[in-house]
Design a protein around this ligand. Sequence first.
Ligand code: SME
Length: 201
Amino acid sequence: MWTVPQARREHRVNATMSDKASKVAIVTQDTGSSRTRAGRSKAAIYESLRSELGTLITGQTDFLANISNFAALLFGSLPNLNWTGFYLLRGSDLVLGPFQGKPACSCIAMGDGVCGTAALQRAAVLVPNVHAFPGHIVCDEASQSEMVLPVFKDNRLIGVLDLDSPQLGRFDDTDREQIEALLRMLMEGTEVPEFRLAPPD
Ligand code: SME
């Protein structure tokens, strides 16, 4: 029986991964980057995102790999964002996770800022004007509006996803619903280490 030598097997794995990345890149290129996608309907953008996310996570369940790609996918595909990323629960704090944008505050206490409020309430927080949100934590002065969504695995909190925009009132309920659906898809296909999960309610 002919077997693939080890080096060639590794090459085949790498080829599969880079094929996958280039498929997503091609979809992104065809439909335009965040800067050229303005003009496409939200429905079309989110439909592409579901398909691209499916491609990225198929065959990959690693937590950091998948949430890193998720942050990059959203940042590169949704218009008018200046920061997108995760804060992950550690004890009673939220610690900076994979993100795209300028370096940001590395630790936010539960209940602080928009992120800590969303985590404490286990609910989405949409802030049309960050300057009007008491306790808003400034990480990038370009941010004008913000949306923070709690992230769950099997109904247990693991952190929040934070999206910032340089545009006032950037986020609406459609964005919230669509990104919540993408997060559910992400988490269904991702294994989360036990230490990252909040204790069951
Ligand atoms: N503005 C957030 C802090 C995180 S940064 O925006 C990346 C907050 O008030 O929690």
